[in-house]
Design a protein around this ligand. Sequence first.
Ligand SMILES: [Zn+2]
Length: 248
Amino acid sequence: MIQVTKPAKAPAILLTKGKPRRREHIAAYNKGVRGFTFDSKIYGHKTVKEALINAQYDKCFLCESKITHIAFGDVEHFRPKAAYRQSTSDPLQKPGYYWLAYEWSNLFLACQLCNQLFKKNLFPLVNPSARATSHKHKIEREKPLFINPSLDDPEEYISFRREVPYPIKNNPRGKTTITDLGLKRQKLNEKRLERYELLEQLYLIAFRTPAIPESKRAKDLLAQAVQDNAEYASMARAAIAAKFTLVP
Ligand SMILES: [Zn+2]
């Protein structure tokens, strides 16, 4: 996971169509409605998706895999819109954060596996008693366990030993984010390991003494691998910072 900087200005459809829908949901809530129907044509509109693809360099905001060459990708709600769970074993609670369904700050691009297999309706808090259960409550009082890459720097919470992520100093937010969102699932580890081993060889070539003609190109490729737009950039940055010396 890396930081995500979205444009400050929300895509127009979230304002022109999302705001009126939000008002409808709030009015319905005030009349006692607790189940809502959301319009994916608004939050999942192509202009919203494109803005997220650009801001996130076409990567899943959780696992950092590139998405659109093999899948459509999901516009995911950080705070789940319809219902939530505090933990995987807890019952589903309704409503969810219905008033944030079309909120730009609540939307990210996720791969289908991170979203549909792991995140789903999960939204654990450090302080569940302060949960905002309606639009009348302030979400600022909540202390989410999941790292929000727009507000937090994920690399302060999660680092890597080789290809495997771990919570820095065993911090609970890093730990919950890794465990509940499947960030060390086997297939993901295998994919990152492939990249790790290539980067390790590049590193050896780049910093050989004496340098060889290929060293410069190797350095350039390493520099690209740590850019935000590179797949698994946070792993690459951790590996280079550790000079590839950590053993599994
Ligand atoms: Zn993902």
